[in-house]
Structure formats: C-alpha cells, structure tokens
Design a protein around this ligand. Structure first.
Ligand code: VGL
Ligand code: ZN
Length: 269
C-alpha cells in the first residue's frame, strides 16, 4: 500500500536500537505525511498506524476545501488580460472588452482560486509594429514563426497595462505577468509564443492541486485561445466562458480560435 511504501522508503537506511525508537520514527513520519496531505489537499486526513493490518487511512475530517469563499480549491478561475489597453479607448481596444468585468467579478465567488494574467511588455517590444517600422495589424516572421504586429500596448507600468479599474483584483491569489521578454511575445499564460519557454503557471497550478480551470477575459481569439489550448494540452480540464470573453477578430481569427479550442478538448460554454 502506498502509505506503507512511503514509510518504508524513509526507514530503509536508518538503524533503530529499540522497538520504541522505531515506533517513534513511524509516528513522526505519519505526522509529517498528515501535515503534507493537509497542505496539498487542504483537508485533514488522519493516517494512523494499525499494527495488525499495516497502515490505513481514516475517512477525512471536515473538508477545508469549501471554507474559503468560493468553490473547491481544485478549481481556478483564470482571468486573462482584463487591462485598460484591451478595453474600448485603449491602445488595442477590444469591442465591449469592458462589458465583461462585472460578470467576471461575480464569477470569482464560485472558485477556490483566482488567477489574473497581465500582458506586460517592455518599451520597444518585438511584437510592436513600431519596433519594425511596420503598420499595426500586419504580419511578420519571427524565429519562432509568424507574429501579428500590434500597436504599442500594455507597456510595463503604464496606465494601459493596468487592470480595468473595476476588476476585483483583491480576490487574486496570483497575478501572472507575461510578454516581458523583449524578443518573444507571450499570448498564452503557460508558454511564450515559441511554445517552449514556460511561464511557470503549470507548476503553480499543479503544486496547488488545481486541476480544473475556467477561463475568461481578453481576447478570445488570442490570449484566451492560446492559454486554453495549452492548458487542455497539459491535461487540465478547461472551460472557456464565451460570454465573459471578447474577441479582436482579425481576418477570421475568432472562428479559427473556436475550432482550435474545440479540437484541443476545451469546453466552450
Ligand atoms: C493580446 C494581442 C497582443 C491578448 C495580447 O491579450 O489577447 N493580444 N497582446
Ligand atoms: Zn501583448
């Protein structure tokens, strides 16, 4: 059984000169295991020693998973780039981008974890048309593939990079910034646009025991799409709430994004 193996693995290279010393070591290991389980799943399990049948796991005590305002701690709401520059009047304003804010704030109450992402580019970023002497919304080739050239947006520390003022940022456990590498764009919350360089979000979610994600935000066809596809490919269970997203829709990019998300196993709700 797993608990026995875990204990035995930790006793293997130790010497005990009395049964009492061995019993004490086992008791300490069990206390450690219970504490780890508590930290990992947010609920108290009480694994106790039963000499006759080895180790058994008692039914868990009252779950702490729901004591926080919100749903289970295994479920996270991921709010993508709800920033001034992606809202009407912003540098890369998405039609009705601001309309989703009240619904997103309300939805936070249903989740055990809330994560916000923030597009966060240094001045002169390689995804800016101005850095290439090109017109915004044209394409270029980057070493990692084709890249849309955008108007300057979400420059680190600027008003445009700030979250929409009505977004409830106090509820966030984590604010993940992306796109800070001057040579590389990062639509996805998981990998930069080379599809290789991780942002660290996967490790964060896994070490917290989070398995199920709902995604909302801006823009449906770029950062939400790439984040949702990566998350599903990494094995998370992903739902995109379309009513709480808005799209840029550049040359059919919205239809392509919806197809890509469906293909990757993302649930569109
Ligand atoms: C985004 C274009 C450029 C997005 C970010 O958040 O969808 N789009 N940077
Ligand atoms: Zn950007």
């Amino acid at each position: 059984m797993i608990v026995e193996r875990w204990i035995l693995a930790r006793l293997r290279n130790r010497q005990f000169f009395s049964i009492e010393a061995l019993n004490l070591a086992i008791a300490e290991l069990l206390a450690d295991l219970n504490a780890r389980t508590m930290r990992r799943v947010g609920r108290s399990t009480s694994i106790h020693r039963d000499a006759a049948i080895g180790f058994s796991i008692r039914p868990p005590g009252p779950s702490l998973a729901h004591t926080r305002k919100g749903g289970p701690m295994t479920h996270a709401l991921v709010v993508i780039d709800v920033q001034n520059d992606f809202c009407p009047g912003g540098a890369l304003g998405v039609n009705e981008g601001d309309r989703i804010v009240p619904g997103i704030n309300a939805l936070m109450a249903d989740f055990g974890a809330v994560i916000l992402t923030q597009d966060w580019h240094p001045p002169g970023h390689s995804s800016f048309a101005s850095s290439h002497g090109a017109a915004p919304m044209t394409m270029t080739e980057m070493p990692y593939g084709p890249q849309v050239l955008w108007p300057d947006h979400c420059v680190q520390g600027s008003h445009g990079a700030a979250f929409h003022p009505d977004l409830d940022t106090d509820r966030a456990d984590l604010i993940l910034r992306k796109g800070f590498n001057p040579a590389l764009d990062s639509y996805s919350a998981f990998f930069e646009n080379d599809h290789e360089t991780p942002t660290g979000l996967e490790g964060y979610l896994r070490t917290r025991g989070i398995e199920t994600l709902a995604m909302v935000g801006l823009a449906t066809d770029f950062c939400v799409n790439w984040s949702a596809v990566d998350a599903a490919t990494l094995g998370f269970s992903v739902t995109v709430r379309r009513d709480l997203c808005r799209a840029i829709d550049l040359d059919g990019s919205l239809d392509a994004a919806l197809a890509a998300m469906t293909d990757a196993g993302v649930t569109l709700a």
